[in-house]
Design a protein around this ligand. Structure first.
Ligand SMILES: NC(=O)C1=CN([C@@H]2O[C@H](COP(=O)(O)OP(=O)(O)OC[C@H]3O[C@@H](n4cnc5c(N)ncnc54)[C@H](O)[C@@H]3O)[C@@H](O)[C@H]2O)[C@@H](O)CC1
Ligand SMILES: [K+]
Length: 523
């Protein structure tokens, strides 16, 4: 499923009329109709009994831009259907958009009850409130007057207990970054148009949007996107397309030979988790390379399916592998950067870099904060160190070190930075956060839509690395392995979450991977 940013929505709004001959007014008509369908999907609008009165109605709270105009269209459709509606207007109607003026004129001609916000006081009869104060047209902080109106709505909702819906995005939510302005409310539902807005998938936006319903625009807007970078959700539909059946005669040689490199005196758990996850994701043969000194302990602890070797013999260790994943538990001692470099120099096959291997790389590029602030996408990121084509799986802290930028900035410009990094370095970046995203060298970004709070425990990332390596060894491309790996890892955790809340472990996630694979194959 596609994801749209504010810029994409504006582009569609400009290009669909030009290229496809479908006017903005028609798109708006469909959007308004979509709001009505979504409301019907949730309530029986013919018996809007809000338990307080039989005079209850659907209230549309409309700003004076096109977001408010969508609300006016929806109100008109509901009037036709005989559903009681009222409209309140927020803002200066003398400064409204052209389409708002047109839709308002229509509602007035039909005798719809319309008040200015200050005049409205019939809150006790509101059954459902639909907010169209603003959508993708938000600029800067919310004005004081808007904050007051939103605060009022919130107070009335607490008092009268009606559901609150947002049109397109909640007023105050940045539809691209998911950042929210002070005063933004939490909603029960958001009806968003064409495709889900990116800001509804990123925190804190994801927490305030409620249940998202996508309403079609009535024209194949995908056709006008051209070579714009696209953003897509990671969900079961995508994963089902990526997973392959195994041929019946598949043997261990066909399913690949994976090497995991990691471990140090203080950390033996991380590489064990990664190697075991590679086994559980279906790799034919898995070898774990650790420093000689910890080899006996690791051999004593790991499942028997994994062979353990010593990293001291590293030329021989790399031979015949379909994939090498390096980093879990490697440590941060002064010899590690040279060790990592020597592996990068001597191994030319598919590579996954994680954890301490990423730390060993240090800064690999830098961000121009001014360009980031101004949205000058092309000049945001400058490469300082070339990297081999590989999958990199940093969490926010590791990414912060790689690009030399505080986490606070990364959180605010999550997808833009992931995309620029992957494009400029030509690598597959799995940025592990909430949500995790996979950015590809061609500029496509996949955003994970599943997973749960139980995944926030040490070792979860090591399992993901092992899963991705496991898929690569079985012949999946680096990008498919990253996307599929993120899905399968989160889905396994979701299955466990059903019965164990957060009391499950990364090892449990690893051993349940097979259930997800069966689910994807429809077995
Ligand atoms: N992109 C598309 O293809 C379509 C967009 N449509 C709608 O059009 C919307 C965008 O419409 P517009 O571009 O007219 O903009 P909006 O209507 O989203 O926002 C503009 C309004 O918000 C106010 N505003 C902006 N920033 C503010 C702030 N910081 N504090 C207080 N008030 C503020 C402005 O004064 C103006 O009244 C979308 O969200 C969607 O609902 C739909 O009609 C369907 C088609
Ligand atoms: K809105």
């Amino acid at each position: 499923m596609n994801i749209l940013t504010t810029e994409d929505a504006r582009f569609i709004d400009r290009e669909v009329p030009k290229q496809l001959g479908v006017s903005l007014e028609i798109l708006m008509e469909n959007a308004g109709r979509g709001i009505v369908d979504a409301l019907w999907g949730q309530y029986d609008l013919f018996s809007l009994d809000n338990a307080r009165s039989i005079n209850s109605f659907v209230l549309f709270i409309c700003g004076t831009g096109n977001n408010g105009a969508d609300g006016l269209v929806a109100a008109r459709h509901l009037m036709e259907q005989g559903v009681p509606v009222q409209i309140v207007l927020v803002g200066d109607t003398s400064k409204c958009s052209d389409l708002f003026a047109l839709q308002l004129e229509r509602c007035e001609a039909m005798g719809c009850i319309i008040d200015m916000y200050d005049e409205f006081n019939d809150w006790s009869n509101v059954a459902v409130a639909v907010e169209g104060i603003m959508g993708t047209g938000l600029t800067g902080k919310l004005r004081d007057l808007t904050v007051d109106v939103l605060h009022d709505i919130d107070t009335m909702r607490s008092q009268y207990n009606f559901d609150l819906w947002a049109i397109d995005v909640p007023a105050g939510l940045d539809a691209t970054t998911g950042q929210i302005a002070e005063g933004t409310l939490a909603y029960d539902y958001t009806v968003t148009f064409g495709a889900i807005k990116q800001g509804l998938l990123l925190y804190p936006g994801k927490a305030v949007g409620g249940i998202a319903v996508v309403a079609p625009l009535g024209a194949p807007w995908q056709k006008v996107l051209g070579d714009r970078d696209i953003t897509v959700t990671i969900d079961s539909n995508l994963a089902e397309k990526l997973i392959n059946y195994r041929i019946p005669m598949a043997h261990k040689g066909v399913n690949g030979n994976a090497l995991i490199i990691g471990g140090s005196n203080d950390m033996i758990g991380a590489p064990i988790l990664a190697a075991e996850a590679a086994v559980h994701s279906g790799a034919g043969k898995v070898t774990l390379g650790v420093p000689e000194v910890i080899k006996p302990v690791v051999q004593g602890r790991i499942i028997p399916e994994v062979m353990v070797t010593s990293t001291e013999a590293h030329k021989a260790m790399l031979e015949g592998r379909q994939v090498v994943a390096m980093g879990p538990g490697l440590g941060r001692t002064s010899d590690i950067p040279d060790f990592v470099d020597s592996i990068l120099d001597s191994y030319e096959g598919p590579l996954v870099l994680d954890a301490d291997a990423l730390y060993a790389l240090g800064h690999v590029g830098s961000v121009d904060k001014d360009a980031l602030r101004d949205g000058e996408i092309e000049s945001i990121y400058a490469v300082e160190r070339d990297l081999p084509y590989c999958v990199m799986t940093p969490h926010l802290g590791e990414f912060s070190r790689l690009i030399d930028l505080p986490i606070k900035w990364i959180e605010r410009h999550y997808i833009t930075l992931a995309r620029e990094f992957a494009k400029k370095h030509q690598v597959v970046l799995v940025l592990k956060g909430i949500p995790s995203v996979v950015a590809l060298p061609d500029g496509t970004v996949y955003v994970n839509t599943i997973g749960n709070a139980g995944m926030g425990s040490g070792g979860m990332g090591d399992v993901l690395t092992g899963v991705i390596a496991g898929f690569i060894s079985q012949g999946y491309s680096l990008q498919d392995s990253a996307v599929l790996g993120v899905y399968v890892h989160s889905r396994s955790a979701d299955i466990l979450n059903d019965t164990k809340a957060w009391g499950y472990t990364p090892s449990d996630v690893s051993t349940s991977l097979g259930c997800v694979i069966s689910e994807l194959l429809g077995e």
